[in-house]
Design a protein around this ligand. Structure first.
Ligand code: PRX
Length: 633
């Protein structure tokens, strides 16, 4: 299943386009199925309806765990590095991880969980998070992991949307010097969530928490009960290839996040195949992905993809800047990391602390580097290449999305010639096309347009939970018979792809996807706010920052305090990750006569480019623009 040279890539790519079904059936042979498929692919992008490996039966955890036990039972699956470097790290071998997953699968069953249930997970980056995820998959329950930075309101929205009946959480979590009171946040969320019957609480920080009889149970107590019952194995639930594996919420151009749905068979094949190929993973290599399991990168390339391939993964609880901004380099040295996969925002942030921090650090174990989440600027690319990779480690700039499940356009480490800032070439099975505003496909090289994909791949989303129509309108209706990514892209003279950023109202702040409408809704919840408009602006470290124009005529005292009140409101409604970097109070927003906000103008002003605003004659009240220009931050 591994591509061995650029000629091999070209041959395999050609086959994957000409005979996609044969191609993927062949790849799928490398996985363990209880029953093979009757049909490889059935699809149409109109509904959309996408079915891979129909009729096949499997459980993804048998591929992640059971099948490795004989040969690799003693091999580390997870090396866990705690937030505080003084605390002991933990290593879980494949055998130990298997046992813990089985044990926790019993806990879930004992607490009433069954196949098809939706289970919300809100946990710190500890091995138990991965254990919880895998235990859900083992019993056939659908996990919905919510990133630890989201607020009670965001959790409640997600729980309600999927009607979850169980939550798995922890008393608290550590992030640098901060303690995040996870269970308290959950308690606030639960006021609005009558469907939740059980809350399973892991002790991590041993912070005082409220525990409600009949509803809240301690993780450790429940595990003890299983131990006393003497239950060790847990036979995996047999799943159809198209049964739902998980839901993961992500932001779009409307105010409400949507639950992207991935299914068992195709997702397994796709994440396993792309992990092994893009990183050219060799048995025994130590792989470190700095993402959080709360995002798709963690699902696909900390948990499932690497585990199906028997890889050893470093799981890091803390943040790259604590106790020093050399933390990631210390981890690389400590565990002899061979593959480091991180985000441009982290690279830019660590760069800004100066190269003295790199002195004396041992990077000799590193063989391959990866980048994900946003376009990587050339300066950061070169710094990563020279200072971290010492010019001997290929950088795989992997372009993909929550919806795509796995890498789509990416170099194959050491095989594809790289270019700074370019995600390079499509992986086998992926057929990218560029289209203009009218939906015409743009052929040839040295062109740019909106990025679409024209044929299904096994890892793609199947629907948005509870609202299939939304899936259709968001991804499959903009252009006929194409999946629309929401990204702008150029294809250079060599046919290499470079992603230029979102073309919809979605911001990418430190690699986190944030819908401008979502932030506006949160700001508008503040009692004194009349209306607001949110746009992005260039930010040295975060890539993009959040700039909010807010109409708020009745302020209580100092405007600085109102700014803080608005920040607090956004933190409460969405979470600290969506807090605006800049809030400018304005008396009105630039609107057309039909009442549409002219965001183009607001974007230019936020970027400091107020002199070239273009045509403003269609505005209802052009004078508002002068006021906004004068007050720009
Ligand atoms: O705009 C693209 C950007 O991140 C978006 C997907 O965000 P999310 O679903 O949160 O997944 C992030 C991790 C896969 C894309 O639409 N993006 C992701 N990777 C890259 C990127 N932009 C440029 N280069 C990348 N390598």
């Amino acid at each position: 299943m591994k591509i061995s040279s650029i000629e091999d890539y070209q041959r395999v790519y050609k086959q994957s386009v000409e005979q996609p079904e044969e191609f993927w059936a062949n790849i799928a042979q490398n996985f363990q199925w209880r029953k093979k498929w009757d049909k490889v692919l059935e699809w149409n992008f109109t509904e959309p309806s996408i079915k891979w490996f129909q009729g096949a039966k499997l459980n993804i955890t048998e591929n992640c765990l059971d099948r490795h036990l004989e040969a690799w039972g003693d091999k580390p699956a997870i090396i866990w590095e705690p937030n505080d470097p003084q605390e002991h790290h933990r290593v879980l071998t494949y055998q130990q991880l298997y046992e813990k997953v089985c044990e926790f699968a019993h806990v879930l069953k004992n607490n009433g969980a069954k196949k098809g249930d939706r289970i919300c997970i809100y946990m710190p980056m500890v091995p138990e998070l991965e254990i919880a995820v895998l235990a859900c998959a083992r019993i056939g329950a659908i996990h919905s992991v919510v990133f630890g930075g989201f607020s009670a309101q965001s959790i409640a929205d997600r729980i309600q949307d999927a009607s979850c009946n169980i939550i798995i959480t922890a008393d608290g979590g550590y992030r640098g010097t901060k303690l995040v009171p996870l269970k308290n946040i959950i308690d606030d969320a639960l006021v609005q969530c009558p469907t939740i019957k059980k809350v399973i609480v892991l002790t991590r920080t041993r912070t005082p928490v409220s525990m409600i009889k009949g509803r809240d149970v301690w993780w450790e107590d429940e595990v003890k009960k299983v131990e006393t019952q003497g239950a060790t194995d847990f036979p995996a639930e047999e799943m159809d290839a198209e049964d739902v594996l998980f839901i993961l919420y992500t932001s779009g151009s409307t105010g409400k996040p949507k639950g992207v749905v991935h299914t068992c068979g195709g997702y397994m094949v796709y994440t396993g195949y792309t992990f092994t190929n893009a990183f050219q993973y060799e048995p025994g290599e130590v792989y470190f992905c700095t993402a959080d399991i709360g995002w798709i990168t963690g699902h696909s390339y900390i948990a499932y993809g690497p585990l199906t391939q028997g890889a050893t993964t470093v799981l890091f609880e803390g943040i790259p800047t604590w106790p020093t901004p050399a933390r990631l380099w210390d981890i690389v040295e400590k565990y002899h990391v061979n593959i480091l996969y991180t985000a441009p925002t982290a690279i830019r942030s660590l760069m800004s602390f100066g190269d003295e921090l790199l002195e004396g650090k041992d990077f000799s174990s590193l063989k391959k580097l990866g980048s994900v989440g946003e376009p990587i600027n050339e300066e950061a690319w070169h710094w990563f290449d020279e200072k971290i990779g010492h010019k001997k480690c290929p950088i795989v700039d992997t372009w993909w999305q929550t919806e795509t499940g796995g890498f789509m356009i990416s170099p194959i480490a050491g095989i594809t010639k790289t270019k700074p800032g370019y995600a390079s070439l499509p992986l086998p099975g992926i057929q990218p096309v560029l289209v203009d505003e009218n939906g015409n496909i743009i052929e040839g090289n040295s062109v740019s347009g909106n990025l679409c994909i024209r044929f299904p791949w096994p890892g793609m989303l199947r629907t948005t939970y509870g609202d299939h129509e939304r899936c259709r309108t968001t991804y499959f209706s903009t252009y006929h018979d194409l999946y629309f990514t929401g990204d702008g892209c150029l294809r250079d003279e060599d046919g290499y792809y470079k992603i230029t950023g979102r073309v919809d109202d979605v911001l990418n702040v430190s690699g986190h996807r944030i819908g401008t409408a979502e932030v506006e809704n949160a700001i508008n919840m503040h009692s004194d706010v009349v209306e607001s408009a949110v746009v992005g602006f260039h930010h040295e470290i975060k890539g993009q920052g959040v700039y909010a124009y807010v109409v708020c005529p009745n302020q209580h005292g100092d405007p600085e305090l109102t700014r803080k009140d608005i920040m607090m409101t956004v933190t409460r409604i969405i979470g600290a990750i969506a807090r605006p970097d800049k809030i400018q109070f304005v008396s009105g927003l630039p609107k057309t006569r039909s009442g549409k906000i002219m965001r183009r103008i607001l974007r230019k002003i936020a970027e400091g480019d107020a002199e070239n605003l273009g045509d403003t004659s269609t505005l209802l009240d052009p004078s508002v623009v002068d006021e906004i220009k004068e007050g720009a931050l």
